[in-house]
Design a protein around this ligand. Structure first.
Ligand code: FRU
Length: 538
């Protein structure tokens, strides 16, 4: 296994220019034999239409997710100087509807003494911090400072710092007495503060991690500056020693829509050890009493990832967190659509990194246990509804593959369908498929295994990294003999929402621009596809 801290190591002798050039050359090597002849040509064919990507340069985690005055703010881990991880800063984009994003100037740039790692933003409506006024409340960011050699701190130490904005998030100032919270010298891996208002107690709550110790630490504060330790959360038998815990989030949701049955959900992003390999977002459901989080059920020692809950079962959903102050107290999430296993080799230029589609979370009792349901936000649903769709009442397929007619083709699409596998052993669809049928991403149900599978082994460029995993699997018993699918297809990704959000699979793909056929298939028997609606969103 790769040393966990490896990502935060940069070659000391390479200038960043040379490093960028090398990284771009390696990333663009396709097919494998032409690695060193490869150019760093732009890849507009993979520029997402529905998903946020920065115009140029590297992006990872969503940071500072906050809704304020009608705008969703998305800050994010960003390198202003190159298409590779480094010089970490907070980039910034805003959206009215979570679909259309506008990119803004870098909000918090790395400077001579520190890089700016992940964190969160809250609306300090009562001006508890004193950074604004009662009339103009500040937005306050808690972020991780990573100190550089030559700063007043030991190089590499991570500590929590404060910045604030009194112009609704446009410009930011760093607090003069940073950091506000450090574990140095005990730990250098203390990061990713997620702050929320704990209403029952009337104080601010921070969840943060000691990444390499698999601990979420909780703190409280009255002013966002002075923090008091509350408790630690960890697992009795951490099944993934060597992996990192990153980007925690804690929020309450009503169970089955009943406000009198509030449960607490804690997201812990883990890398590697995800259900699909590499990095992924696991979650626990439990109780939080203002001091301590206790998970309802934790898998026994020695368990594999399948015994845990995952926000997404695909390879490309990480660092997910929720928007603070979201309308109607909804839990709205966004995740980084990539995987640390291969993120730096993703062959896109002049940017690298995309966000997944924002999702709304709900907690439902499934198989006797509270579990998260994730669906696209209402703004996306109504956008799709307003567009014309190709509709097919029913298609019966018997041990065959059918290419759907031309109007069903596209590279940015929303596909809805119900599948009844009947006697077929494998049944599903192939999207972003080539005319010849050689290339395509297969999304199918295996009736014997009772699993949903997204297979991207022939989805286009798969050879840019040996770690680009090929197939991702979810256990999903059929509901009344049927499977409802909603598939969001973009130029560079598929997101499969199964059974109205009961399972989600998010995967990056790198198909050729013209590969836009949609096929349905059944293997080893008969199957029926019904209520098919294909909406072209390009
Ligand atoms: C998660 C993460 C965070 C860290 C940031 C650095 O992907 O490793 O823990 O703050 O990325 O870019």
């Amino acid at each position: 296994m790769q040393a966990p801290q490896h990502r935060f190591f940069r070659p000391p002798v390479l200038s960043s220019w040379l490093f960028a050039a090398l990284a771009a050359t390696v990333a663009a090597c396709a097919p494998p034999s032409s690695c060193f002849a490869a150019s760093t040509a732009d890849t507009p064919q993979w520029r997402s239409a529905l998903h946020y990507t920065p115009q140029r340069n590297w992006m990872n985690d969503p940071n500072g997710l906050v809704y304020y005055k009608g705008l969703y703010h998305l800050f994010y881990q960003y390198n202003p100087h190159g298409n590779f991880w480094g010089d970490m800063s907070w980039g910034h984009a805003t959206s009215h509807d979570l679909i259309h994003w506008e990119e803004h100037a870098v909000a918090l740039p790395a400077n001579q003494s520190e890089e700016i790692f992940s964190g969160s933003v809250v609306v300090d409506a009562r001006n508890t911090s004193g950074f604004g006024t009662a009339k103009t409340p500040p937005l306050v960011a808690l972020y991780t400072s990573v100190y550089k050699a030559g700063s007043r701190h030991e190089a590499g130490v991570q500590a929590q710092s404060v910045a604030y904005s009194t112009d609704d998030g446009v410009t930011w100032r760093q607090y003069a007495h940073n950091p506000v919270l450090t574990l140095s010298p005990e730990s250098k891996q203390f990061r990713d503060p997620k702050v929320s208002w704990f209403a029952p107690g009337g104080y601010w709550l921070m969840a943060t991690v000691v990444a390499d110790a698999h601990v979420v630490k909780f703190y409280r504060s009255d002013n966002l500056i002075d923090w008091t330790f509350l408790s630690d959360f960890t697992l009795p038998n951490v099944p993934h020693r060597g992996a990192l815990w990153e980007m925690p989030d804690l929020f309450a949701l009503p169970l089955d829509g009943d406000p009198s049955r509030l449960k607490w959900v804690m997201i812990v992003n883990v890398n590697p050890w995800s259900i699909a390999g590499g990095s992924g977002a696991m979650y626990f459901v439990g109780q939080f009493d203002g001091t301590r989080f206790v998970a309802d059920d934790v898998a026994p020692a020695g368990s594999d990832p399948a015994r845990y809950h995952w926000l997404d079962h695909g390879a490309d959903y990480y660092a997910a967190g929720t928007f603070s102050n979201a309308p109607s107290g909804k839990a709205v999430t966004i995740g980084w659509m990539s995987n640390w296993d291969y993120a730096s080799h993703v062959p896109t230029a002049p940017w690298k990194g995309a966000m997944a589609l924002p999702r709304e979370l709900a907690l439902k009792t499934i198989d006797g246990r509270p579990q998260l349901i994730s669906v696209p936000p209402p703004s996306y649903v109504s956008m799709v509804k307003q567009l014309p769709a190709t509709r097919i009442d029913a298609i019966d397929v018997s041990s065959a593959t059918r290419d759907l007619a031309r109007p069903a083709r596209g590279s940015v699409q929303n596909i809805r369908m119900t599948i009844r596998p009947d006697t077929a052993q494998r049944v599903g669809l192939i999207v972003r498929a080539s005319a010849s049928g050689d290339v395509g991403t297969r999304i199918f149900y295996d009736t014997r295994m009772q699993t949903l599978i997204v297979d991207r082994s022939r989805s286009g460029n798969t050879w840019f990294s040996g770690a680009f995993s090929k197939a991702h699997i979810v256990n999903l018993p059929l509901n009344d003999g049927r499977l409802d699918l909603q598939v969001v297809i973009d130029r560079n990704s598929v997101e499969v929402f199964a059974d109205r959000g009961r399972a989600v699979v998010t995967d990056l793909i790198f198909p050729a621009a013209g590969d836009n056929h949609v096929r349905v298939f059944a293997e080893g028997g008969d199957a029926r596809f019904s209520d098919v609606a294909i909406t072209d969103i390009d």
